[in-house]
Ligand binder design. Structure first.
Ligand code: HEM
Length: 296
């Protein structure tokens, strides 16, 4: 470096020893739970969302490494998708913390203080989708084909989750959706443009074309598709059913969606890699017998 090494060694002598709590910013981390009500179970709700967002951040960290690799190989790609799958595996199994971990009576009260905030507004969740597949796959099924050659900006107008948070009767966007778009639209558009040729779908097809052995990669991507678009949505849906289902009328969602019709994977049919599934699997997406068959 052209600098005096002994000066650096002196610096090490004077510096305080590193501690565990400083290194991982533990005090800051543990100070980030600020419930809006007195109900003790609200802290569980906040912390589990935070845990999930950290796993999303880990997933995006791998997405960046894959997309920006200067000489991507199928082996590197496969190993990194395996990591993302491990994160989602954790998320799917830990969702029990939500499903049975809070008192319904408390939840139904403290949720009213959170309106119109909703997990629907998780920007990282949408960024994972953008990194994982061609942007066109995220366009509403009804207009996807028609918009396959449209610009990213035009396709974004019809991204599937917008119709999820639109009032069916009036066609108006919910406040949850309006606020979400205001905060994140430019981030999503920028990422979608950056990932146009480096999303997982495009990268897989490129490696395949180059003649690399992509068989293990295909397995991991299928697993990812299944985790993100079937298993996680199903564990999440179980929570919605446990807390919001009520006879005869369901309890309204905080984000204002018609959640019974919007959330189940068999209705959404979000599929990142249709070219890795059979026609039957696509047709039966999210239905239980296909899932058990795939798990074998
Ligand atoms: C008791 C627990 C939970 C319930 C009852 C619940 C309920 C809901 C409902 C009803 C929706 C539909 C949108 C709306 O109208 O608000 C939704 C969407 C969503 N929630 Fe949750 N949620 C729970 C926990 C979580 C957790 C822990 C996360 C983690 C970040 C999360 C992330 C999401 C995401 C990403 C969406 C959008 C899904 C999509 O567009 O397909 N939720 N949630």
């Amino acid at each position: 470096m052209g600098q005096d090494m002994s000066a650096y060694l002196d610096g090490l002598l004077y510096a305080d020893f590193l501690t565990y709590w400083d290194y991982i910013h533990l005090d800051t981390l543990l100070s980030l739970q600020s419930p809006k009500t007195q109900f003790p179970d609200e802290e569980i709700f906040i912390m589990y969302h935070q845990i999930t967002e950290l796993y999303f951040k880990l997933s995006l960290h791998e997405c960046t490494q894959i997309a920006e690799h200067p000489a991507l190989t199928a082996e590197f790609f496969t190993n990194r998708v395996k990591r993302i799958n491990a994160y989602f595996n954790s998320l799917v199994s830990s969702f029990e913390v939500m499903v049975n971990g809070m008192e319904k009576e408390q939840f139904l009260k403290f949720r009213m203080s959170l309106l119109p905030a909703s997990g629907f507004q998780s920007g990282q969740y949408r960024m994972i989708e953008i990194c994982a597949t061609d942007f066109n796959r995220l366009v509403d099924k009804g207009v996807r084909e028609e918009l396959s050659n449209a610009s990213i900006t035009e396709q974004f107008e019809h991204i599937y989750w917008k119709s999820g948070a639109t009032e069916l009767a009036s066609g108006k966007q919910t406040l949850t959706l309006k606020q979400f778009i205001k905060k994140y639209a430019s981030t999503f558009l920028e990422l979608a443009n950056a990932r146009q040729h480096t999303n997982f779908s495009a990268l897989y097809l490129k490696l395949e074309q180059e003649g690399q052995d992509v068989s293990s990669l295909a397995n991991e991507l299928r697993q990812l598709d299944f985790y993100v678009n079937v298993e996680w949505p199903l564990s999440h849906y179980k929570s919605a059913v446990r807390y919001l289902e009520r006879d005869p009328v369901d309890i309204a969602a905080t984000g204002g969606t018609n959640w019974q019709k919007y959330l189940p994977p068999r209705f959404q049919k979000r599929i990142f890699y249709p070219f890795l599934w059979t026609e039957l699997q696509i047709e039966e997406w999210g239905k239980s017998w296909v899932m058990s068959a795939l798990k074998e």
